[in-house]
Design a protein. Sequence first.
Length: 134
Amino acid sequence: MLLSRIVRIGAAAAALAVAGWLLAQSPPPSKQYVVLLKRGPKWVAGKPAAAQDLGNHGRYLQEQMTKGALQLAGPFLDDSGGLVLYNAKDEAEARAIAGHDPGVAGGILAVESVRPFYLAFDAASGKSPFNAAK
């Protein structure tokens, strides 16, 4: 019984050591960038966003979400464009991801701006800079 306890403790210590090593090897965490999209030169006037040819745009966003590059996205309710929050190592990478979006590449949408972003408050997770201050 003592030997089995020693083996379990040794295995747990080894697992913690491996986990620590893996964390040390992982790439630096991504930063977040807000990409504001606007109507592009090929936006069909008089048609709402739902009637524009944006199917490939939606599939691309789904692909980016699956890869972990997309945090959230959605259209503005006035059909003027939309907002995308990307996880990227730097602004150049965020711009490249946005530029490869078929909606942008096809001219239906255009990138209006790319801004670095820090998520300070998150209702879904309860994250808040005021949670730590008691």
